[in-house]
Design a protein around this ligand. Sequence first.
Ligand code: URA
Length: 210
Amino acid sequence: MTEHLTIVTHPLVQHKLSIMRDKNTSTASFRRLLHEISQLLAYEITRELDMTTKTIETPMETMDAPILEGKKLALISILRAGNGLLDGVLELIPAARVGFVGLYRDEETLEPVQYYFKVPENLEDRLVIAVDPMLATGNSSAAAIDLLKQAGAKNIRFMCLLAAPEGVARMKEAHPDVPIVTASLDRCLNDKGYILPGLGDAGDRMFGTK
Ligand code: URA
């Protein structure tokens, strides 16, 4: 991917996102819509995967059929809200390897604190797609990408549902080589680091917590 930021303006994505933003949308609907949007974002983020060909026999004749090249890609969920994007993407790319990065945001400093890190082997040979619904300050996303690079990842893309300009700028400064795919670039952050207009706390809304 060449663009640093890709906003997926497809009408289905935008319609589903508007329902998710509505504070009256139920936990069950929110989760289902996130699952659906994750697949549409996955379609976009995997648009330029490297391809090769394999010779196969159709019932009619021999052909050189296009297939994905290289090692199975790695999907990395940034806990806990990243899990809301994971299953949908895995349905499209069932052979993907999966990893988890556990970071929580210190509510005072808004800085990320690591509590879990488990990723597939040979990250350096894989396309790595890190998923987290909300790119807010960008601090935890940038920290997660730091950890993935320390573990060897060289080819990373970042998928989120909503991005704030502050988070995009932070990622561009820290990781200009990591393309971001999102459903929306929202207006700004509030003084607590929440995205406006946003949709509230994505983890709470998908898991029904407060
Ligand atoms: N995380 C969320 O879940 N929501 C925001 O608005 C910002 C960070």
